[in-house]
Design a binder for this molecule. Structure first.
Ligand code: ADP
Ligand code: MG
Length: 143
């Protein structure tokens, strides 16, 4: 397998910034469309990045999303500074959410973000440290 990185870009995400929320995943979607990645893959990467981005906006202080393309895959690593996740198994359950009333009124908090990332990626890892932050790593195959 050829793991050479053909494209790489890093994006900052600000916690609680609902004004700019979603812009990172839109940028990634546009990059992928522009270089001619097939729509099904663009769709899956966009969903995963959007959910990862929104979780930083909703639950963390700040984060960084690293996005890489190789010949065979799209690789995303997200790292945030924030409260971390106490129980990852619980957080991964469909429908589990600690979203506030205010967030729910904005349409967030279905508790499907992390399961969606897992289901739409080909490899998924999550790590978290209480009071420090959370790390996500996921890959989507191009072929
Ligand atoms: N980056 C993060 N930092 C801290 N907690 C998080 C983070 N991402 C997810 N969580 C926790 O995991 C729960 C489930 O996340 P998710 O499946 O995306 O659902 P939702 O965002 O709708 O709450 C969140 O409600 C939150 O408690
Ligand atoms: Mg979420």
């Amino acid at each position: 397998m050829n793991n050479e990185i053909l494209y790489s870009k890093s994006f900052g995400i600000s916690g609680r910034d609902f004004i700019n929320a979603g812009t990172v995943s839109v940028k990634i979607k546009n990059i992928l469309k522009e270089i001619g990645i097939k729509p099904e893959v663009v769709y899956r990467v966009s969903i995963c990045c959007y959910e990862a981005e929104m979780n930083v906006v909703m639950y963390a202080d700040a984060g960084n999303l690293d996005f890489k393309i190789t010949k065979d895959e799209i690789i995303v690593s997200m790292e945030d500074k924030g409260p971390g996740i106490e129980n990852i198994e619980l957080a991964m359950k469909e429908g589990y959410s600690t979203a506030t009333q205010e967030m729910r009124e904005m349409g967030f908090g279905a508790g499907l973000g992390l399961p969606n990332i897992k289901n739409n990626s080909d490899e998924f890892r999550i790590e978290s440290e209480i009071l420090k932050g959370t790390k996500l790593y996921f890959k989507i195959n191009l072929n």
